[in-house]
Design a protein around this ligand. Structure first.
Ligand SMILES: Nc1ncnc2c1ncn2[C@@H]1O[C@H](COP(=O)(O)OP(=O)(O)O)[C@@H](O)[C@H]1O
Ligand SMILES: [Mg+2]
Length: 261
C-alpha cells in the first residue's frame, strides 16, 4: 500500500509546493513509484513539472467529482517513476461544489482506493487554506509534513493547523499522524530564524526533521524551468537539503509515524 503524505500549511508561500515536488522527485529517483497529487487550484506543482493547467482537459477536479479516475489523469513527468495528477483551473470551484456532495470529505480517499496499491508513495501538495480540499487531503492521508518558513510570523496559524489535524483525526481519519515539521527558507545568518526554530521545537519537540531547507535561489528558479531541483541543479545546496529530507523519510519506511500531536 502506498504511503500517503500530505504537505500542509494554510499559509501561502511557505514552501509546500517546493517540498512536495522535490520530495516526489527524489523519492522516485531513489527507486520508489510516486504519484504527486496537485491539490492546489493554483496548479504550481503542475507547472513546476512543465505542464500548463490551461491545456488540460481533465484533472483532479474531475476525479473528486467521480467523473474520472487517477489512472486516466496521471501524467508522466521528466522524472522516471514520478507521475503527476494535475490541477486544472476548474479545481478552484471544487471546494464549493463538494459541499453538497455525499461523502464530501472522502472524495479523494475514495479515488485513491483504485491506485493506492500501485504506488509506493502518494504525495499531496495542499492549497493554502484549511477548506474542503485540504480536509479531503488529510482524510486520505496517513501522514502529514508541515513546511514552516523560518520567519518571525511563521508560527501564526500553526495552532489552528494542529487543531484541524486533531479534528480530522477525531472525526474522519484516526490513522492520521504528523510525520514532521520541516523548516524552509532558513538563513543561518538571521537571528530571527534561530528564534523561530527554538519556538517550533517547543511546539513539536520530537517532530522536527533534522534536515533544514536553506533559502536558496536555485530552488526558486527551478519551477520556471519546469524542472524539480535535482534536475535543474543537482549539486546545489537546495537539492542536497531535500535529498537529506527524503532520506529521513525513507528511513521511516518500516515504521511510519505513530506519534500524534
Ligand atoms: N528554500 C527556498 N529558497 C528560496 N526560495 C524558495 C524556497 N522554497 C520555496 N521558494 C520559493 O518561494 C515561493 C513560495 O514557495 P512555494 O513552494 O510555492 O510555497 P507554497 O506552496 O507554500 O505556496 C516560490 O516562488 C518558491 O520558488
Ligand atoms: Mg503551493
Amino acid at each position: 500500500m502506498a504511503r500517503i503524505i500530505s504537505v500542509v500549511n494554510q499559509k501561502g508561500g511557505v514552501g509546500k509546493t517546493t517540498t512536495a515536488v522535490s520530495l516526489a522527485s527524489i523519492l522516485a529517483e531513489a527507486g520508489r513509484l510516486v504519484l504527486l497529487v496537485d491539490m492546489d487550484p493554483q496548479g504550481n506543482a503542475t507547472s513546476g513539472f512543465g505542464y500548463n493547467s490551461r491545456d488540460m482537459q481533465k484533472g483532479l477536479y474531475e476525479v473528486l467529482l467521480g467523473e474520472t479516475d487517477f489512472r486516466s489523469i496521471a501524467l508522466d513527468t521528466i522524472v522516471r517513476g514520478c507521475r503527476l495528477a494535475p490541477a486544472t483551473m476548474s479545481l478552484a470551484g471544487a471546494s464549493v461544489e463538494l459541499v453538497n456532495m455525499e461523502q464530501r470529505e472522502f472524495r479523494l480517499k475514495m479515488a485513491f482506493a483504485e491506485v493506492d496499491h500501485v504506488y509506493d508513495y502518494i504525495i499531496i501538495d495542499c492549497p493554502p487554506s484549511l477548506g474542503l480540499l485540504t480536509v479531503n487531503a488529510l482524510a486520505a492521508s496517513r501522514e502529514v509534513v508541515i513546511p514552516v518558513q523560518a520567519e518571525y510570523y511563521a508560527l501564526e496559524g500553526l495552532g489552528q493547523l494542529v487543531n484541524t489535524i486533531n479534528l480530522v483525526r477525531e472525526n474522519l481519519n484516526p490513522d492520521l499522524s504528523v510525520l514532521g515539521v520541516v523548516l524552509t527558507m532558513y538563513d543561518k545568518r538571521n537571528r530571527l530564524s534561530r528564534d523561530v526554530m527554538d519556538e517550533i521545537y517547543q511546539h513539536f519537540p520530537d517532530r522536527i526533521f533534522r534536515s533544514v531547507i536553506p533559502r536558496a535561489v536555485r530552488l526558486a528558479e527551478a519551477p520556471s524551468h519546469g524542472k524539480p531541483i535535482t534536475l535543474y541543479d543537482a549539486g546545489s545546496k537546495g537539492a542536497r537539503s531535500y535529498e537529506k529530507l527524503a532520506r529521513e523519510i525513507i528511513a521511516t519506511e518500516s515504521a511510519p509515524a505513530q506519534i500524534k500531536v
